[in-house]
Design a protein around this ligand. Structure first.
Ligand SMILES: [Zn+2]
Length: 74
């Protein structure tokens, strides 16, 4: 599972990383870019492995459905 922090003040977003590291990155970004402001923004959570090809399973399912439809038409 991967976490990514999106800044509430600007369009900054961190890379996908661990939950503990994302907090450090958010704090570091605020200290550097928005000094004096309270920490805002959102943490996005990705259930999948961020390095995997995310749409591949969907393509596989679509292909399987096509095969089933083609088989039924015979
Ligand atoms: Zn920012």
């Amino acid at each position: 599972m991967a976490h990514r922090y999106r800044c509430g003040e600007c369009r900054f977003a961190t890379r996908w990383t661990t939950e503990s590291e994302v907090g450090d990155l958010a704090a570091a970004h605020y200290a550097e870019t928005h000094p004096g402001l309270a920490l805002g923004g959102v943490v996005e959570i990705n259930q999948k492995n961020p390095n995997s090809l995310g749409c591949l399973p969907i393509l596989g399912i679509a292909l399987l459905l096509l095969v089933i439809v083609a088989a039924c038409q015979r």
